[in-house]
Design a protein around this ligand. Structure first.
Ligand SMILES: [Zn+2]
Length: 192
């Protein structure tokens, strides 16, 4: 009997972790290069307003959406990393940026699984997954499941939420919106 109990106990040690692991834990454990969870950054609205432009504040702290093709990173290719415009956290490697044709910079994966936080966005009839900066909570955009291989994901991100730490590698063909349109971000949430 003791042998049987011992055997079961040993077996449980190997079986239990995989059965109780959540999907999120599986994603994190698969990302071997993921750094430790970032320390959170908290600031008041007044502090963010001092650090950001009006449009950057509306997008990142009020979940507004910039007009399609108005952002500086909507199209084009870059070398380097895209950082959170609010706190400077590394969010996306420029090598994972692709031309989605949507008018917003699109990436097929974040720089690490811990760089972004995800949540349900029920502000429109279409249920969407919102992505935010895991460090400061900045609204970035949304993630959709119609992206290219290898992930099949499309992180649709506002240019105004990003800051490039790098350089353009090819001429961009961004179709700039009118001055009036680009000066004030659209308040109504839409894609991304
Ligand atoms: Zn941030």
């Amino acid at each position: 009997m003791r042998t049987t109990v011992t055997t079961l106990a040993v077996a449980a040690l190997f079986v239990l972790p995989s059965t109780v692991a959540t999907a999120q834990e599986a994603i994190l454990s698969a990302d071997k290069d993921a750094p430790k969870p970032p320390e959170r950054v908290f600031k008041t609205d007044a502090e963010w307003q001092r650090l950001l432009s009006i449009d950057q504040f509306l997008v990142t702290r009020r979940k507004a959406t910039e007009p399609a093709f108005s952002g500086r990173y909507a199209t084009g290719h870059y070398k380097g990393k895209f950082l959170c415009v609010c706190c400077g956290a590394e969010l996306f490697d420029a090598r994972t940026k692709f031309e989605s044709g949507t008018g917003w910079p699109s990436f097929w994966r974040p720089i690490s699984a811990r760089a972004l936080a995800r949540g349900y966005d029920r502000s429109t009839p279409e249920l969407r997954i919102e992505v935010t900066c895991a460090r400061c909570g900045a609204h970035l955009g949304h993630v959709f499941n119609d992206g290219p291989p290898p992930t099949g994901l499309r992180y649709c991100i506002n240019s105004l939420a990003l800051k490039l730490d790098g350089t353009p590698t090819r001429a961009t063909s961004t179709r700039r919106a009118s001055k009036t349109r680009s000066r004030t971000a659209k308040a109504a949430p839409s894609t991304p």
